[in-house]
Design a protein around this ligand. Sequence first.
Ligand SMILES: Nc1ncnc2c1ncn2[C@@H]1O[C@H](COP(=O)(O)OP(=O)(O)OP(=O)(O)O)[C@@H](O)[C@H]1O
Length: 930
Amino acid sequence: MKKYPHCVVLTQVGFLWELYFQQATKFAPLLDIKLRKAKKDRIPIIGFPVHALDKYLQILLDEGHSVALCAETPNKNAEYGDLKYVRNVTRIITPGTLINESFLDHNKNNFLLAIALDESLQSTGLSWIDISTGEFFMQKSVLAALSSDISRIRPSEILLSDVYSVYAEHKIWNYIDREEYSVSFEPGNTFDAKTTSWEADLKSEGIEFHEVFSPIEMKASAGLFKYIEKNLFGRKIRVEHPIRVNPEDTMIIDATALSSLEITASMRDNRRKGSLLHAIQRTKTASGSRILNRWLRLPSTSLDVITIRQDLVEYFYNNTHLTSDIRVFLEDCSDAQRMTQRLSLDYGGIEDYIKLKRTIKSTNEIEKRIREELLTTPNNSMETIIDRLHSQDDLMSKIDGAFNEEALIKMQEANIELNIQRKINKNKSFPQASPPPQDSFFDDKNTDNWYIKKNYSPALKRLHVKLDSLYSDKVSLIEQLKKELNVTKILLSHTPHGFVGTVSCKEENQFQKVSSLLPFSLSELKPTFVKRDRRYAMYFIPQWNQLGGEIEDIKTEIRKFENRVFADLRSKVIQNWNLTVQNSCIVDELDVTSSLAILAKEMNFVRPSINNGTSLKIIGGRHPIVETSLKEKNIFYSKNDCHIGGDDKERVWLITGPNMGGKSTFLRQNAVISVLAQIGSFVPADYAEIGIVDQIFSRVGASDSLFQNQSTFMVEMIETAHVIMDEVGRGTTTLDGIAISFASLYHLHYQNRCRTLFATHFHELSEMIRDFENAACYCTGVKSNEDGSFHYMHQLKKGVNRNSCALKVAQLAGMPSSVLKVAEHTLKYLEQQYKPTVINMDFLKELEIDNKNDKTDSDETMTEKKKANKSDKTDNDEKVTKKKKATAKSQQKLADDDLSSRSNIKSTASSRKKLKSLPSSLGIAISATI
Ligand SMILES: Nc1ncnc2c1ncn2[C@@H]1O[C@H](COP(=O)(O)OP(=O)(O)OP(=O)(O)O)[C@@H](O)[C@H]1O
């Protein structure tokens, strides 16, 4: 505990894990374990069974603790009088260093992220890894983008140099939410290591680097690997070739947009249900789900990548028989990457080997079936991906030749039995005495569970023949003893007391007779009758002592043999690591694309046309989450068109309409359609043409949840009606709100020049932006029914809607009628007072905003970025550095431009293309205000 002061130390003592001293006292309530005191010295102790380790680990990790495991191992060099076991800390477990723990979520990556900071350039180096799979990434970014970078990676643990741990005022803490993320520290100098272990390992395997990583990225990776090495106590993890995440190649969705678009978690409760991921996921494999999750966080901006994925989706979409066959094969594919990592770290078992074998077999079936289809329906993209599969038949037949699958089934059945037994025992209020030995327990052939096939080799076969013959001798001995002792049943077994015979006696005199016939009885278990069902006694029997010893010797031989086969297969799996990872990535891609084809069929999606232009044309668009939730209630979804960007087209849409009118849904649906299109999916629309979007910034009401069918305002009104009067009409006063909204629109239009959808209740803005070229106003509305009720018109039409219908929504939400009456009255009065102002934009001249200058400035950044873009990735260091500087500069500028700190309406976007009327502007900005 002194050596690992930052850890909770768990010590293994036989079948228990224990905590001592102040840690026992401190954690007893959290772990809900009764504190006891050691008999001799009254030391506080708590403990739990070894099999319950994962349950308690999860509790400790969730509370942000690191755990040091002090495991018990046999003392191999023990001589007479020495301790039989030794205990050493063998691993430190933290949230980011999980390997085989049962609570590891299979649908998500478990990333450990190290961050290095260059104070002078304000740049960051990010290096992150999922130890359970070996996937490894690097990125260079800027400090201002750190919180967005972190939320896209969504690490389970963040690692920093310990210089920041004592420096609470450091600006890095503005970007890291310590409430949300578990943060650990490594000594600062480990980040400065000249060489990193991953580099050396990959080079030693002859893996070449195609990327040149910047010093700041290398620093982060040095800290990362030192930390892993330290926590795993030298165990070697397998690492993939690091992938550089280049902001240029992926759509940037900032932290708030990620959350407000509910990409992977709903805003209401931060859970998967209600998110886009939940609505579209049809994957069959755990690794496929992880890939889909990653694609959604980092949609591609490469036309080639998107087109290939779309081709695959379309192929599966058109060839339905093929798709259903592939989905059946996918069911037999297991998480090969996590399995191989477990096996290479020696945490795996027979189950992993057998699943790996089945995965290879299914991969072969998938390849065969697709090749068959390609003969009649050729397709380049599908052929290219299938050609990338490598044969692993050699590994498959090695595993097949060695492992006995029946042993696995037997093991699984025994585990189920054990768990049932544990549950029964847990529910018993008093601990029960162990029952008398059962027949089946001593049925040796059934009890033995050999993992390696008996005919694996002649040597192993000989050992098993010998064992079988000894078992026959045992049967004869039992028969002989039964006759001699005149009993119907005698069990010969190997217990902690040694080799013993157990006799069940029905009568006292029979027991006396047996006792006199046998040489001597066990001192501890003196043969006595235990009333009712406990009528048995144990004895030493010399013949059995001899035979039992011989049986144990042969069993030990077989076990040693099996261990050698395991070690041999393990090294084979390690040698095959790269092929397994490559094949598994291809299978994952087939899983995701076939699942997207199924989705497209189910939800009537179409293939969007993607290009490098700046137009976003969506005809008959829908929001997949809202549509699904409405369908469950048999409510019809009103489709909407959106056409912004491109030459001579409207670029800013100002959308007004009543509360609950569908403004936010419309904004989000267009962003979601762009995201879906750029992961390669079909989209919920009748037709879609999408100029690649490089960034999405979105601000939609805070506690809104689309799935719950409640609009921003509705949520606020419900809070008002039932709970608190907090933040209603949040943000600011009307005039402040209008000023900030206008400034934002002005900035978006003249500076960012990105495609913008802007929803607002400040209809005054429609007059104020009249002079903006390429800006247009659209609105949703309500229609009153004859009986005084009303219904929403969710379909957008051109124009401005000045009626927010807020009072109707408040009524629906259950606001007391007395309050509503006063509100209605007040509203009428205010409307009479209100005089629309004609705003002359000349007042802005006083500010001397020079759009031309801004334009040149922004163009300059972009020109630099474009220049940097040209630099070949493998080119010399100078070019790479320039590119990075340009990226950093443009990102910094974006961050500076972000109006987020000043209002609830903000938006910005970067640029990519050289169009005259829309200089390099690309991206969707979505804003909403109330
Ligand atoms: N196109 C549509 N078709 C059918 N129903 C829709 C459509 N758009 C939105 N809705 C329904 O209306 C509800 C409210 O939509 P939304 O939150 O987008 O309104 P809003 O105009 O942004 O409201 P507020 O101004 O109060 O924030 C949604 O939860 C959904 O049930």
